[in-house]
Design a protein around this ligand. Structure first.
Ligand code: ZN
Length: 216
């Protein structure tokens, strides 16, 4: 199927060392659109590839954190948990559904399996907002390391990294802001806000993302 092959190729381009991941599994998340102030909120579908084999505890917490952050921006997130081998894909068909205009791919990776030079030494992830199919990558061991040094749970840091990289994709920009979740670096203050659930998109970023989604 061209769709499947295209997705496989894209992932192989991104992670040349990894074998195949394509097809999905286990849908999670709501399918209906959340309603906000009587209006339907746009919903994005995120196909998640856990190449780093991040533990379930962290990935579930991370997904919930990212979903909460986007809900506060009036955007719903539907997670599709994709299988990483054709064998597993026999049973896991969640990612088989046709791609919609608001779909994007998110990979949980590690710096060691990511093409050298793409991630700086300190970055928690990176994104390709202009790729044909929007893609973002978060780096598990960077989140784990920051968790160990800050005391903030790794799942919370991972979830905020996911939201940050997805933010790049939705705004189609690699720009950073001076405040909020789109800051380029997170210090004590940002991590404190992350733990309290107050590290969020700015009102301008929220409007930019929603407008883009609503006009598509
Ligand atoms: Zn960034």
């Amino acid at each position: 199927m061209p769709e499947r092959r295209g997705r496989t190729l894209r992932l192989l381009l991104l992670m040349p060392l990894l074998v195949f991941a394509i097809q999905p599994g286990l849908a999670s998340g709501q399918k209906s659109k959340p309603v906000e102030n009587g209006e339907e909120a746009p919903v994005i579908a995120v196909r998640l590839y856990n190449l780093a084999e991040a533990p379930a505890k962290e990935t579930v917490q991370a997904r919930n954190e990212a979903r909460r952050i986007f809900m506060q921006a009036g955007i719903g997130v539907r997670w599709l948990i994709c299988a990483l081998s054709l064998q597993k894909a026999q049973k896991n068909t969640a990612c088989e559904e046709p791609s919609g205009p608001h779909d994007l791919d998110l990979v949980i990776s590690t710096a060691s399996i990511t093409r050298p030079g793409i991630a700086t030494d300190a970055s928690l992830g990176f994104a390709f907002p202009l790729a044909r199919q929007s893609q973002a990558v978060v780096l598990l061991e960077r989140a784990t390391k920051l968790a160990a040094s800050s005391g903030v749970p790794a799942g919370i840091i991972l979830g905020h990294s996911m939201a940050h990289e997805i933010g790049h994709l939705l705004m189609q920009s690699m720009e950073h802001s001076r405040a909020g979740i789109m800051r380029s670096r997170w210090g004590k203050d940002e991590l404190h806000h992350a733990e309290r659930g107050t590290l969020l998109f700015t009102p301008e970023q929220t409007i930019a993302m929603r407008n883009r989604l609503l006009k598509e």
